[in-house]
Design a protein around this ligand. Sequence first.
Ligand code: AMP
Ligand code: MG
Length: 414
Amino acid sequence: MSMSQDPCARPQLLHPDEAVPMLLQQIIPLYETETVPLSEALGRILAEDLCSSIELPPFNNSGMDGYAYRFADLPGKGTLTVIGKSFAGHPYHGEYRPGSCIRIMTGATVPEGYDTVQMQEYATVDGTQVTLEPCSEQWENVRLRGGEMAAGTKVLTSGTEIRAAEMGIIATLGISHLRAYRRARVAFFSTGDELRPIGSELAPGQIYDSNRYSIKALLMKAGVEWIDLGVIKDDPEAIRQAFREAAAKADMVLTSGGVSVGDADFTKQVLDEEGKITFWKLAMKPGKPFAMGKIGDAVFCGLPGNPVSSMVTFYKLVLPLLRKLQGHKPASTLQLQAVLTSAIRKKPGRVEFQRGILSQGSDGKLQVCTTGSQDSSQLSSMHLANCFIVLAQQQGNTQAGELVTVEPFNPVLC
Ligand code: AMP
Ligand code: MG
């Protein structure tokens, strides 16, 4: 089917800023949740608010190694008698005595009756006698019970991604299991008669299927369950079977290749027959051809075959959909301004996501250069890059010294 017969064809290219909200509208988040042990929760999305059932810290404890004493006992420099010790996990069980102090270590309980900790650096020890410089205020170097949070405090909200810090916060609260959204299942296959699996010999005209590896890596980093359906030939029946299998197993079917208007581009044809297609042409480079639709209950996204285009369209278009599907809170993209250090050639017409290397110049200002060739078949541009240089749709050539917008890669791409 030619593009002119396509009912979804648009006379004008669609700007990605306009496209992403339209794509997102078609995504209904997965509502199924499951109980996950904390030890397996990294990368999962919380499906409940987590509240603290305990005070943090649970007891007054020392922030320093030193001596716990009663502030009122030491109006100026003076000598106190050490009558016990409180080490982390081994509290002092005796009573407070006027004129006394307790040898104390960081994290150890500050015993009842004592309210201040002086650092050992300000102490002179002579047997059981310790001469201390006084602290300037009561409760100095004491972490007060409940000082970080009261019992019942809402600590993490539903939709939060569990990263390293959240793992620690949840463990601090003593929570061993939590409710998380189930992971999205994404079935992926590459299309193309020229593609050979790695480990096999290449005949003339053949190349290795690299997209399955880069896209699989992105899917893994996005925290989804992936189903690898291999390489599918440019054959309508093979593609049809692959789509049916994928849609039966997955929440999202992702393909690479076969979405431009080439002779062998059967993906669109089959999808027109088996499901629904939303739109095709985007005002972005790389990644003009992109397909989205529905097959059975699964969302379908068709990435262009060129390796850089497939990675960029995954990152800019598919990742927001997966995040919504998996229950993430919406996140904004960090954009910065940097000084361009070498000229960029560009024709007006499409937003370009050129691959860039962002660094700090000797003057402290952010500077950026491209990675060299921006050919969408050359993955080296992604390999060398740590950011996109975002060039607006109507922008033309840009000279060295001008300010440009950059988007540092987030952890999915790094
Ligand atoms: P297509 O989108 O199918 O027209 O492919 C565009 C370009 O990307 C062609 O040069 C293909 O050979 C190449 N290509 C398609 N799929 C892959 C893949 N899985 N791995 C590497 N290159 C690919
Ligand atoms: Mg192809």
